[in-house]
Structure formats: C-alpha cells, structure tokens
Design a protein around this ligand. Structure first.
Ligand code: HEC
Length: 130
C-alpha cells in the first residue's frame, strides 16, 4: 500500500513538473510574441529579434512527437504528429522572420507573423478542441 501511494505521489509530482514546465514555456512564448509585436510597433528591430529568440528557446521543449503529444488530451493523442509539425513550422516561420529583419525587409518580416500565429493556433486548436 505504502509503495503504491509513494508511486502515485511520484507520478503526480512528475505530472506537475511537466505541467509547470509547459506553463512556463507558454508564458515565454506569449512574452516573445509581445516583444515581436512591440518591436514592429515601436521601431525596435532588436526587440523583434529578442522575441524570436525567446519563442525559439521555449519551443525547444517540443523536440519529437512524444514530447509534443504529451500535453494532448487523451482523445487527441493520434494528432501528436500534427502537433509536432506545428512546432517545426513555428521554427521555420521564426527563422524566416529573423532573416527578413536582418536583411532589412521589414514588411516581409511582418508577413512571417501569420506563419507564427498559424503554428501556435494549429497546436492550440488540437489541445482545445477549437
Ligand atoms: C505543440 C503545441 C503547442 C504550440 C506549438 C504552442 N502551444 Fe501554447 N499551449 C499548448 C498547450 C498544451 C497549452 C495548455 C492548454 C491550454 O491552455 O489550452 C498551451 C497554452 C498556452 C497559453 C496559456 C497558458 C496558461 O497559463 O493558461 C499561452 C499564452 C500560449 N499557449 C501561448 C502560445 C504561443 C504564443 C505560441 C506560439 C508562439 C504557442 N503557445 C504554441 C501547446 C502549444
């Protein structure tokens, strides 16, 4: 009995940890998105680049199908691959935006925002049943 309780406590702690890590990373993604938008609005290219780096760092928690599928609701686990793909398109949109900013093509950089938002929403739509 004791062992079972201990096992459950450990599992619960691990679950909480995973959840905390996810929440912290999502807050960081939101932060990054805000830096990017502020950068476009307030004439701050470095702010855009900082925002991109923040999101890229937070997105590192999704490195394969298993890590991306972990947070999907039980009935949606089969969409782990789509969820993982959204993390890849997120990275490529960020990379594209960064290259445009560095090349001084700011309007093209702002177009990359659609790809970023689409990637966030692609995963959220699965998670939230939108
Ligand atoms: C691979 C999946 C995935 C991607 C990609 C993703 N998210 Fe999330 N996000 C989640 C999950 C899972 C939750 C938690 C469930 C919920 O809030 O519906 C979440 C929740 C959030 C929350 C709410 C957190 C809270 O504490 O309530 C924010 C803010 C957020 N995401 C921002 C973003 C932004 C911004 C991006 C893109 C730059 C992004 N997410 C991309 C999976 C993802």
């Amino acid at each position: 009995m004791k062992k079972i309780l201990l096992g459950l406590a450990v599992l619960a702690a691990l679950g909480l940890q995973a959840n905390d890590e996810m929440k912290a990373n999502m807050a960081e993604m939101q932060n990054g998105l805000k830096s990017i938008q502020d950068g476009f609005s307030y004439n701050n290219k470095d702010g855009i680049l900082e925002g991109i780096a923040k999101i890229e760092k937070a997105n590192k928690m999704f490195f394969d199908e298993t890590s991306a599928g972990k947070f999907l609701p039980a009935g949606k686990k089969r969409l782990a691959k789509v969820s993982y793909l959204s993390t890849r398109t997120l990275n490529s949109s960020l990379k594209e935006m960064k290259q445009y900013v560095e090349a001084g093509s700011i309007i093209d950089a702002s177009d990359s925002m659609a790809g970023v938002m689409r990637s966030c929403t692609r995963c959220h739509a699965i998670v939230r049943g939108w």
